[in-house]
Design a binder for this molecule. Structure first.
Ligand SMILES: NC(=O)c1ccc[n+]([C@@H]2O[C@H](COP(=O)([O-])OP(=O)(O)OC[C@H]3O[C@@H](n4cnc5c(N)ncnc54)[C@H](O)[C@@H]3O)[C@@H](O)[C@H]2O)c1
Length: 341
């Protein structure tokens, strides 16, 4: 069954390109939809993506197109790797070409800035003809470049229907790409979105030169914040101890490969957010997600000091040093007071 699958991947950035390579190398028939015409042409003509993962050779069998209809037609296995800020528009444009018995694998991490909605809500509002059981979410600690180099990686595939998640698990699994199934889609989504905001905070702490004690505490207090937000949205708190929670948080919040960490590091060194964001073509999703998280926590009355302070730095030009002062002078209380009660 898996061998003869026609797969469409929407989004040819770092992650979409890396996953397309992985699936095409398994012998699957993969078509990659690229937002930029030059990207599709580069992949078809030179088997390299000219903008993302530029040095990685792609399989000759991998086809790319700039045309959504062409990319989707003939495929009932759609992998969406569009950044969350562009997802609603791309799915609206794509929905008429996606048949109702398709399986959807969403790989986007983030919360929609204008609505504070999770990726699952964007999908259910746009792909109204696809049953919930056909929709899955792939997440976990997975830098695209490492997957593109076949370095060992583990992710989760979450979804409401066990049969579907098992099928997706089998499609993606290689001996270097381990896929675990999960049924807490909300928890998996929240983990993947909020870790980007926390990575900015962690990078900023390092940029300020605060040392490893501070960074470790920040990551752990950030995990607590992630659990509180997740719980308020209906997630199982234990999900955050897994790959899509702590796993992805450790990766993103401790590595210079992460663009969110790097954004934070540069903020800590004194650069302004708008200048940093203008200097790269890649999307530091945590920047946008931070605003959505701030609004969500205000609306739901969740005490989330780290995300709130990150919002103040990114959107209200608060100084990182003042933020650090405010966080270290905060009123102290029981460590895990709200989730243990
Ligand atoms: N890069 C990773 O290692 C990684 C790993 C796991 C998950 N993800 C998630 O995958 C998603 C894609 O990330 P990425 O790293 O591939 O992104 P990227 O920054 O590498 O590329 C951005 C992609 O979005 C496209 N794009 C930009 N504006 C667009 C628009 N208006 N409409 C449609 N497409 C547009 C670009 O052409 C490009 O393909 C994100 O949600 C990210 O969180 C990324």
């Amino acid at each position: 069954m898996v061998k003869s699958l026609n797969i469409c991947i929407l989004g040819a950035g770092n992650w979409g390109t890396s996953l397309a390579r992985l699936l095409a190398n398994k012998g699957l028939n993969v078509t990659l939809w690229a937002y930029e015409k030059e990207v599709a042409e580069g992949i078809n003509n030179s088997h390299k993506n000219p903008f993302f993962l530029k040095d990685i050779n792609l399989p000759e069998e991998l086809r790319a197109t700039n045309d959504l209809k062409e990319a989707i037609s003939g495929s009932k296995f759609i992998v969406s790797v569009v950044p969350s800020h562009a997802l609603r528009k791309v799915l609206e444009d794509a929905k008429d070409f996606i048949s109702k018995d398709s399986i959807i694998v969403s790989c986007s991490k983030g919360i929609e800035i204008s609505t504070c909605k999770l990726v699952s809500e964007i999908i259910s509002e746009t792909l109204t003809h696809i049953p919930e059981g056909n929709i899955t979410y792939l997440s976990g600690p997975s830098f695209a470049i490492e997957v593109a180099k076949d370095l060992p990686t583990s992710v989760v595939i979450a979804g409401a229907n066990d049969q579907t998640t098992k099928k997706v698990q089998e499609v993606f699994r290689t001996n270097r790409f381990l896929t675990f199934t999960h049924n807490d889609t909300i928890g998996v989504e929240v983990g993947g979105a909020i870790k980007n905001v926390l990575a900015i905070a962690s990078g900023m702490s390092d940029g300020l030169g605060f040392g490893l004690n501070a960074r470790s505490a920040l990551i752990t207090r950030g995990l607590y914040e992630m659990i509180k937000i997740g719980k308020a949205l209906g997630a199982n708190p234990l999900t955050f101890t897994g790959l899509a929670g702590m796993g992805d948080l450790i990766l993103t919040a401790t590595s210079t490969t992460s663009r969110n960490y790097t954004l934070g590091f540069r903020l800590g060194k004194g650069e302004k957010a708008d200048k940093i964001l203008k200097s790269t073509k890649m999307v530091a999703e945590g920047y946008k997600t931070c605003k959505a998280v701030f609004e969500l926590t205000q609306k739901k009355n969740i005490y989330a000091p780290i995300s709130t302070e990150m919002y103040n730095i990114l959107y209200n030009d608060k100084s990182p040093r003042q933020t650090a002062e405010d966080l270290t002078n905060m009123e102290l209380h029981e460590e895990l007071r709200t989730i243990l009660k």
